[in-house]
Write a protein that binds this ligand. Structure first.
Ligand code: TMP
Length: 206
């Protein structure tokens, strides 16, 4: 492993274990005495909060507006003066984000022209592609079971048919827009500890 700090993105379907694995990764860095900053999209910044309201059905916007909102939230996420990813990296933290632009390419492409979504996200890709994107790949049926088990009520994307589509769209997005990036698909159906080991092995290659 080089010196970093690294920007690591964890992508995956809802229920694929992103939060748990990100916590394992934080523990790994902490055990090495390396500071890391955990973050997520949609963010807790104003645009991200508005997006959550849309996802919960409390606000209604055109799907194209939602795609633009995710891209706007990402700009805030990158450039925010105190909470931004660039600020945290400059301060020496490894930054681990649950989701980044591949989520937009996968989820928004279902409703919105994928090329336009890619265009909206060009700034983020040009400014800061992740050093490593981990895709926690999970059978959509298992993802659905986990979501239902959580009992959190369903958000916009949480039906089996949609999850299947999104999984396909993730794989397509990596193939089409991931050139030159380090993207690793991890089998998230494995035991939690195995998945964590697999992820650490990928970090050690950086
Ligand atoms: P979360 O469950 O990881 O908090 O994400 C909330 C939802 O937002 C999830 O269903 C995926 C969706 N999403 C998009 O549709 N596009 C995006 O760009 C991002 C970051 C998330």
């Amino acid at each position: 492993m080089g010196n970093g700090p690294y920007f690591i993105v964890v992508e995956g379907l809802d229920g694929s274990g992103k939060t748990t694995q990100i916590e394992h990764l934080r523990d790994y860095f902490q055990a090495r005495g390396e500071a890391c900053y955990l973050t997520a999209e949609p963010t807790d910044l104003p645009t991200g909060k508005f997006i959550r309201r849309v996802l919960r059905g409390q606000e209604h916007v055109d799907p194209r507006t939602l795609a633009a909102l995710f891209a706007a939230d990402r700009v805030e996420h990158l450039f925010h003066a105190t909470e931004g990813i660039l600020t945290k990296l400059a301060a020496g933290y490894h930054v681990i984000s649950s989701r980044y632009y591949f989520s937009s390419l996968a989820y928004q492409s279902e409703y919105v022209d994928p090329a336009w979504v890619a265009n909206l996200n060009r700034l983020a890709k040009a400014t800061l592609p992740a050093d490593l994107t981990l895709f926690l790949d999970l059978d959509p049926a298992v993802s659905m079971q986990r979501i239902t088990g959580r009992g959190e009520g369903s958000e916009l994307y949480e039906t089996l048919e949609k999850l299947r589509q999104v999984r396909e769209d993730f794989h397509r997005a990596f193939a089409v827009y991931g050139q030159g990036e380090r993207i690793v698909v991890v089998d998230a159906g494995d035991a939690e500890g195995r998945v964590a080991e697999r992820i650490v092995a990928e970090i050690q290659k950086l």
